[in-house]
Design a protein around this ligand. Structure first.
Ligand code: NDP
Length: 322
C-alpha cells in the first residue's frame, strides 16, 4: 500500500511517500481503509523530534474510513462500519490498523472526511472549554490563533457557552474567519495583553487558551484576571521555557495548566461519549468544521510546510488516491 514513511527526524522532507506492507490486523484491531487522515500540529513535533517517537514510522494520529477487516476478538466493530480514530501512529496511509477499542463510530450526517477533520481537535476543544476551564456565561476568554484548526473550534464552543471571545490572528483574512466562528474581538499579536486589558476595563480575561506557546506565554499571563486560568495546550511557536511559580502569584494568584487530550479519553467509554457529543454538534449544525485544505497523501510534506509556515486556516487533511 501507499503510505508516508519517516526514517529520521527532521524537516518536512523526511515525510517520504513509499510503498510499504499493509499492517497486520491483531486480534483486538480493525483494519481501516483511510478516507482521510487529519494533519495535526503534534505531527510536526513528532516528525522534528521535539516529541520523542520510535523510527521508522508511518506518522499520523487521526483518520476516518471504512472497516475492511476485524481481529478475532473484536465484537463491537464490524466490517463495513465507518469509524474515526485519533490514536496512532499509522494514519498517513491507505490502510491503518487501529485497536477496536480506540475506534469511534461515525454517525449518519457526518461524512468520513469531516470526522477525520474534527475528531482530535473537536475532542480537545471540548475538554478545554468544559473541563480544563469550564466556560461560563458572562466570561471573557482569549483564544490564540483563532483561525487555526483548534482556534475555530474553541471560538465556536466558548461563544456558544455564553463567553465573549477575544481571538488573536496574524492576518485580516484569518481575523474574519475567527469572527465568523464567534469571536467578538480579534487582535493582532503585537501588544495583545494591553488590548485585552482595555477591552475588559482593566480586569483581564477569565481564561486564555494558548496553543501558540513560546511567543505568547508572557502576554497570556499578563492578560488574565485575578485567579484566571492559563490553559497552555500547545507550542506552535516553540516550547515555553521553565516558569518560576512566583510569577503566578505576582499575576494575581492565577492558575497555569498544561492539558493533553490523551489523559481525558483514556477509556473507550470516555472517548466514545465525548466523541458522540462532538459528532452530534456537527450533525445538527451547531459546530461547523472548516477543512482549510486537502492534500494528496503523497504531498504530506507540503501540508507540514504550510502548517508550520502559518499559511493555513482550519483543518488540513491528507487524502489517499485510491
Ligand atoms: P493551527 O491550525 O492552529 O496552526 C497553528 C497556528 O498557530 C498558525 O496558523 C498561526 O496562526 C499560529 N502561530 C502563531 N505563531 C506561530 C509560529 N511561530 N509558528 C507557527 N504557527 C504560529 O494548528 P492546530 O490547530 O493543529 O494546533 C494548534 C495547537 O494546538 C498546537 O500547538 C497543537 O500542538 C495544539 N494541540 C494540542 C492538543 C492537546 O491535547 N494538548 C491537541 C490538539 C492540538 P496565526 O497565523 O493566526 O498566528
Amino acid at each position: 500500500m501507499r503510505a508516508v514513511r519517516v526514517e529520521a527526524h527532521g524537516g518536512p522532507e523526511v515525510l517520504v511517500p513509499s510503498e510499504v506492507p499493509e499492517p497486520d490486523v491483531g486480534a483486538e484491531d480493525v483494519l481501516v481503509d483511510v478516507a482521510a487522515a487529519g494533519v495535526n500540529y503534534i505531527d510536526t513535533y513528532l516528525r522534528s523530534g521535539l516529541y520523542p517517537s520510535t523510527l521508522p514510522t508511518v506518522p499520523g494520529l487521526e483518520g476516518a474510513g471504512t472497516v475492511r477487516a476485524v481481529g478475532s476478538s473484536v465484537s463491537d466493530v464490524a466490517v463495513g462500519d465507518v469509524v474515526a480514530f485519533c490514536d496512532g501512529p499509522g494514519a498517513y496511509a491507505e490502510t491503518a490498523a487501529v485497536p477496536a477499542a480506540r475506534c469511534v463510530p461515525v454517525p449518519p450526517g457526518v461524512s468520513a472526511d469531516v470526522a477525520a477533520a474534527v475528531l482530535l481537535q473537536g475532542l480537545t476543544a471540548h475538554v478545554l472549554v468544559h473541563d480544563t476551564y469550564a466556560v461560563r456565561p458572562g466570561d471573557t476568554v482569549l483564544v490564540h490563533a483563532g483561525a487555526g484548526g483548534m482556534g475555530l473550534l474553541l471560538c465556536q464552543m466558548a461563544s456558544s457557552l455564553g463567553a465573549t471571545v477575544v481571538a488573536t490572528t496574524s492576518t485580516a483574512e484569518k481575523a474574519s474567519l475567527a469572527r465568523s466562528a464567534g469571536a467578538a474581538h480579534v487582535l493582532g499579536y503585537e501588544g495583545f495583553a494591553e488590548e485585552v486589558r482595555a477591552l475588559t476595563s482593566g480586569d483581564g480575561v477569565a481564561a486564555v487558551y494558548d496553543g501558540v506557546g513560546a511567543t505568547t506565554f508572557d502576554g497570556s499571563l499578563a492578560s488574565l484576571r485575578v485567579r484566571g486560568v492559563l490553559v497552555l495546550y500547545g507550542a506552535a511557536s516553540g516550547p515555553v521555557p521553565p516558569v518560576d511559580p512566583q510569577r503566578l502569584n505576582a499575576a494575581g494568584s492565577v492558575y497555569l495548566t498544561r492539558p493533553s487530550l490523551g489523559w481525558h479519553v483514556r477509556t473507550t467509554a470516555e472517548l466514545r461519549s465525548r466523541a458522540a457529543e462532538v459528532f452530534a454538534a456537527v450533525a445538527d449544525g451547531s459546530l461547523s468544521v472548516r477543512i482549510g485544505a486537502r492534500y494528496p497523501l503523497e504531498a504530506a510534506a507540503d501540508a507540514h510546510r504550510d502548517l508550520e509556515g502559518r499559511a493555513t486556516s482550519g483543518k488540513l487533511l491528507l487524502v489517499p488516491s485510491r
